[in-house]
Design a protein around this ligand. Structure first.
Ligand code: ZN
Length: 310
C-alpha cells in the first residue's frame, strides 16, 4: 500500500518508497481537470506510484502530465515506464534535460559509472520517452491543469543546469525538487544536494533568493515532503550551502583528495546531526541519496571550473 499524505488545495504527496526506504523520495499529485504528477521517482517504484494514484481514485487514463524537476534518476527514472502506464500523459521537462529523456543512453551510462552495481537496486533503468509524448519547457512557461489552475515553471538551477521548480497557482505552493537539498522529516536536518558535474554554488544561491521573492505559501521537497511550519528552510539552505563551501574550500588548501574532502565535510557538519546520532538508519538514508562524497565532489568541481581553487 503506497502511503499518501494530503496537503493544501487537493495536492497529495505519495511516498514512493525508493529502495524500500520510507520518507525518502516523494511524488506529488496536483489535481485539476488535467491532473499532473510532479516527480515520478525511479523506475524501481513506478508500480508504487500507479498504485498510490489508484488509491486516490486517479485512473491511468486520467493523468494528463508527468512533470519532473530534473532528470536525475530518483526524480525522473520512472518517466519512461509511467508514460506507458498513463496513455494520455505528456512528460514536462526542462529544455536542457529533454534530449536525455528521449534517449537516456548517455544518462544511464554515467549513472552506471557513478553507482555501479547499486544502480539496479536503487534506481533501475530509465526507459526512453517517445518524442511526441515529451514537452520541453523554459522558466516562465505554464502547465495548464484546467479550470484556471496551472503550474508555472520557475528557474531553479544550481543543483543542475536542467533543474526547475513548479509554482502552483491555486495553493501558492512551490515544488522545489532538490533546490533546497534533502530534508528528512524524521531527522529534522537539511543537507544541501550539490552533486557533480553541474552543481553551481552561485546559481544555487540565486535560486533560493528567487524562491524567497515569490513568497511561496508552502515548500514541497522531493526529499521529503512539506517544509515544516516554523522552519525557514530557504534560510537554512543558504546557510548550509555557504558553510559547506567554506569547509571544502578550506580543505582544498591541503588536498583535492575526495575521501579527505568528504571526511572534512562530515566532521565539520557533525553538530547538525547531534539529534540523530543514535539513528544510524537515518544517517544511512542521507548517504544513500546524497553522500558527503558526492557533495564534496560537486564543490571541488565547481571551485576548479570557476578558477576559485585556493
Ligand atoms: Zn534528488
Amino acid at each position: 500500500m503506497t502511503r499518501t499524505i494530503p496537503l493544501a488545495a487537493g495536492i497529495v504527496a505519495l511516498d514512493t518508497r525508493m529502495a524500500g526506504l520510507d520518507e525518502l523520495v516523494a511524488a506529488y499529485l496536483v489535481p485539476g481537470a488535467n491532473p499532473a504528477v510532479v516527480e515520478t521517482g525511479p523506475a524501481t517504484v513506478a508500480t508504487n506510484v500507479v498504485a498510490g494514484l489508484e488509491s486516490l481514485g486517479i485512473s491511468r487514463e486520467d493523468v494528463a502530465f508527468l512533470v519532473v524537476s530534473h532528470i536525475h534518476l530518483d526524480h525522473a527514472g520512472g518517466a519512461g515506464d509511467l508514460i506507458r502506464a498513463f496513455p494520455n500523459a505528456t512528460l514536462i521537462v526542462h529544455r536542457a534535460g529533454a534530449p536525455h529523456m528521449a534517449d537516456p543512453s548517455r544518462l544511464m551510462a554515467s549513472a552506471q559509472r557513478v553507482f555501479g552495481p547499486a544502480l539496479d537496486t536503487l534506481f533501475g533503468s530509465l526507459a526512453p520517452v517517445p518524442a511526441e509524448r515529451l514537452r520541453a519547457v523554459d522558466p516562465g512557461d505554464r502547465v495548464d491543469l484546467g479550470g484556471g489552475r496551472s503550474l508555472e515553471v520557475v528557474d531553479a538551477t544550481g543543483h543542475a543546469k536542467h533543474h526547475m521548480a513548479l509554482l502552483d497557482s491555486e495553493s501558492g505552493a512551490l515544488f522545489v525538487g532538490d533546490a533546497l537539498g534533502v530534508f528528512m522529516p524524521e531527522a529534522g536536518v537539511l543537507r544541501p544536494a550539490t552533486p557533480p558535474p553541474e552543481f553551481d554554488l552561485e546559481a544555487a544561491l540565486a535560486t533560493l533568493e528567487r524562491f524567497r521573492e515569490r513568497q511561496p505559501a508552502a515548500l514541497y521537497l522531493s526529499h521529503f515532503g512539506p517544509a515544516p511550519a516554523g522552519r525557514d528552510l530557504i534560510a537554512e539552505a543558504e546557510e548550509r550551502l555557504v558553510r559547506f563551501a567554506e569547509i571544502v574550500r578550506g580543505a582544498m588548501r591541503e588536498t583535492t583528495d575526495l575521501d579527505v574532502l568528504a571526511r572534512r565535510l562530515e566532521e565539520g557538519t557533525a553538530p547538525d546531526y547531534a539529534g540523530v546520532r543514535e539513528r544510524p538508519d537515518l544517517l544511512a538514508k542521507f548517504e544513500t541519496l546524497n553522500a558527503f562524497r558526492s557533495s564534496a565532489a560537486g564543490y571541488l568541481r565547481y571551485f576548479q571550473q570557476h578558477g576559485l581553487a585556493p
